[in-house]
Design a protein around this ligand. Sequence first.
Ligand code: ZN
Ligand code: ZN
Length: 176
Amino acid sequence: MRRLNGQPSALPFAFSRSELDAIADGIGAAGFEVRLLPAETLPPGSFHPTRRQYQSTPILHHARKVLDGAGDLMAKLLVLTDADIYEPGLTFTGGLAELGGKTALVSLARLQSGDRTKLVSRAVKEGLHELGHVLGLEHCRDQKCVMFLSRSLADSDVKGSAFCDKCRAVLGRAAR
Ligand code: ZN
Ligand code: ZN
């Protein structure tokens, strides 16, 4: 797996309230009704002391518990974290989703390049991308589609923050 251009940061870079609102608006603009939940610490068991990274699957399991506790059967939960995350066998992962499930995760650790506006925009796109997987979408070959697989920050910047017509059609069929 190729590394994205950005290196993981040593320090957390919490979003401001207005940045979080901008991310929620961006995701909402794609047709989602968004509600922000309070920040939580990552489950301690997900931290790998030697790799100094967090494993993504236990974070998704935790997210699933939070979501089940909320009691909204139709809701999906997207977790944004500044932690660098991985899955066994991979150097890192930018995000993970339960395909056709309920929860998704995006790491911002390798999406930053010092430009906060771009970071917010990438968070929207990669968040929508993982939500697309949650809704059953696979990767799309259209470079402008949010379901295009970003292999670099440039890929993330080139793609739009919307589903292409083809992906929207699949979403429409799934919703029926
Ligand atoms: Zn993907
Ligand atoms: Zn598409």
